[in-house]
Write a protein that binds this ligand. Structure first.
Ligand code: BV8
Ligand code: ZN
Length: 291
């Protein structure tokens, strides 16, 4: 059979019916996850990359982990900042950005914090990050927030000798005093990554913006959604995954782009009658199907 990440296996009927529907769609929603950035070399949470050193990423992306060992959690995020900074947006990021420029009624909900959509030139009015950004930090005490800080490392204390791979548990992490961690320039308290950890609610303004788009507040034809693209996400994380339900409820047809068949157990990830499922690498599928 053809290798999974070639687009040769897309059935001509599926390709035709999808591109036909996309062409006639005005209100298009997308939910994108870690699989969108996989081709850029950014490990996903769930895949093999789900581990950093001996830790399961899901256990580090929590308020409890940060409270217990802020230096460890900061070095995890500093490492991911580094990976994102040395990565390049891939052709899937670019294809989404191109679609946004062609279809003003397009909104991408991004669960990713790597900033690659933004670096691919995705217009800000057509994307909403819902889990924050690796390049924003906020104060644990006062209202100070900083955005677009691309310093690598974020603070000198995270500097590592060339040969040390922070992700490899064989290199012991050096203990870093709290005073050398990112501190608030306003009140000197500890800064934290401005991302949504498990157990934390999404930013009010982010949710409000997506909900307003889904409701179709500013649209003449009301809340109908023509098409939803579900790209490179296991659609298991809520409330982000809930937008797939919301789109279906507003008449959207769903197109899933993923390396694997959606797991059966997650209801939103289960395919339904009339959905398209395009199996393969998003960086190969999107440029083909969104053009
Ligand atoms: C909330 C930022 C409550 C951080 C992220 C039990 C305990 C605690 C919480 C819960 C619980 N049960 C349920 C919950 C709620 C929880 C949740 O949904 N958990 C899931 C795991 C069951 N949700 C939350 O905690 C949310 N908050 O509910 O608060 C609340 C409610 C009201 C009021 C107050 C509080 C917050 C969720 C946000 C967490 N933060 N990211 C960081 O990144 O460090 S989520 C993070 O993990 C990513 O953003 C991503 O969305 C998610 C999963 O990561 P991955 O698996 O890597 O990515 P993805 O799922 O997208 O999967 C990769 C996919 O790509 C796969 O399908 C793969 O096949 C595919 N793929 C791979 N390569 C390719 C590809 N596809 C195409 N091409 C390829 N090349
Ligand atoms: Zn402060």
């Amino acid at each position: 059979p053809t290798p999974v990440n070639s687009t040769a296996e897309i059935s001509p009927e599926d390709r035709a019916s999808f591109t036909e529907h996309l062409k006639s769609s005005t209100r298009v929603l997308a939910l994108v996850g870690a699989g969108l950035s996989a081709a850029s070399g950014i490990p996903t949470f769930r895949g093999a990359g789900g581990f950093w050193r001996e830790y399961d990423c899901m256990t580090l992306a929590t308020p409890r982990a940060f409270a217990k060992d802020p230096a460890l959690v900061w070095q995890f995020y500093n490492y991911r900042r580094h990976c994102a900074l040395v990565a390049e947006p891939n052709r899937a990021h670019v294809a989404l950005a191109e679609l946004a420029k062609k279809k003003p009624g397009f909104l991408a909900i991004s669960q990713n914090i790597d900033g690659l959509c933004q670096r691919a030139g995705h217009p800000p009015e057509n994307i909403q990050s819902v889990h924050g950004s690796l390049f924003s930090s906020r104060c644990t005490e006062c209202a100070y927030v900083e955005h677009d800080n691309f310093a690598d490392p974020l603070v000198p204390a995270f500097e590592l000798p060339e040969h040390v791979d922070a992700a490899d548990a064989k290199f012991p992490l050096k203990p870093i005093p709290l005073s050398a961690l990112p501190r608030c320039p306003a009140c000197r308290a500890l800064l934290r990554p401005d991302v949504v950890w498990f157990g934390e609610s999404l930013a009010v303004d982010a949710v409000a913006r997506v909900d307003a788009w889904v409701r179709g507040d500013s649209e003449a034809d009301g809340a109908k959604i023509d098409l939803m693209l579900v790209v490179g996400t296991s659609a298991l994380v809520y409330p982000a995954a809930g937008y797939i339900h919301a789109a279906r409820a507003r008449g959207a047809r769903i197109a899933v782009f993923n390396m694997e068949q959606p797991e059966e157990e997650g209801s939103t990830s289960r395919l339904k009658e009339g959905d398209w499922f395009f199996q393969g690498d998003a960086s190969k599928l999107l440029p083909e199907l969104l053009k």
